[in-house]
Design a protein around this ligand. Sequence first.
Ligand SMILES: Cc1ncc(COP(=O)(O)O)c(C=O)c1O
Length: 397
Amino acid sequence: MDDRQRYDRATAHLDPPFAVLDLEALRSNASAMARRAGGKPIRVASKSIRSRPLLERILAMDGFAGIMAFTLPEALWLVSTGLRDVLVAYPTADRTALAELAADPVAAREITLMVDSADHLNLVDAAIGGLPHRHEIRICLDIDAGFVAFRGRFRAGAHRSPVRRPDQAADLAATIAKRPGFRLVGVMAYEAQIAGVGDDQPGNPALTRAVRLMQARSRRELLVRRGRVVQAVAQVADLEFVNGGGTGSIDLTAREKAVTEVAAGSGFFHPRLFDFYRGFTGRPAAMFALPVVRRPAPGVVTVLGGGYHASGPPGRDRLPHPYLPHGLRYAPGEGAGEVQTPLLGPAAHDLRTGDRVWFRHAKAGELCERFTALHLIEGEEVVETVPTYRGEGRTFL
Ligand SMILES: Cc1ncc(COP(=O)(O)O)c(C=O)c1O
């Protein structure tokens, strides 16, 4: 039985739209990720999962420890439900959440905030200054891991931290160390230009060559710089962890001596954008089904909904991928629609009203903002249905 038949059979009792997760594919992806990390723990990027029961399931597997959250309210919620060791990977300006963090001993023990300047410390102080007793706030220093060439005229990677050089990191580390109420416990340097950019772009050999060249140079530069930054910060703080990497760079980042843990999330679901890497493969684990609701012309079917575009630079690669049956494509003038999506191609001839089309999202966790639940498939059966963040009434971003 092929995957399409298996998914159709397992979900025959459900009416689309709905989202599913193939547990066997998830386990296979997770163990491949753990192998790539070569014994270093993987901190699970919650933005790429966005389901609490799933985070718990993943953390129970070998090779995974701690959560990389995307907002402080999310981190507070996760800790209140019993999850531990949560690194908020992006700075926060949420005064209410900061006050809650400083007032709660468990949250203050389990959550680490990200900073890249004294401004962030000032913001925390302003938010919690009025508290009669504040718990010490754990801090991680965000380092720019981007790639810069041609005297700064070319840049690849995410615009994150202004802190790049070892001396800049040492200065900020010293500022944090001197400041009452804060404890510097970690360093993070996320190389988005390697971890999040596929180096095997089909049909575009020039881009593929350019990406590979940039990534090779960036890796060499970062290997040295990240080591020096960590050395400099370690002069003023007892570091508990040094975090780096993402799904696309697990093996390479984990090999660096200065790195104690890698972060990854997308690899569990293996969304469409992660098909374009040479270094690893995964199995599509997360999908959503849409119903065929009409057949406007021979060779055209229309499914309900579908416009679940992924974040990032706008482009065709951000659209969901019509996955099963194979051989479907978007109508050029319509794309993935707000309420209906026409699909063309040979497979459309055999689809009847009421059939389903299975899609993969371009990215991982964003899928969960569209659905309240994920149906977990084992073999030919749905064995459990778990809520997404949205299903628990939580939409953080
Ligand atoms: C700080 C940080 N670390 C790691 C990752 C990698 O996440 P993923 O493995 O889901 O690509 C990201 C993704 O944006 C990130 O922002």
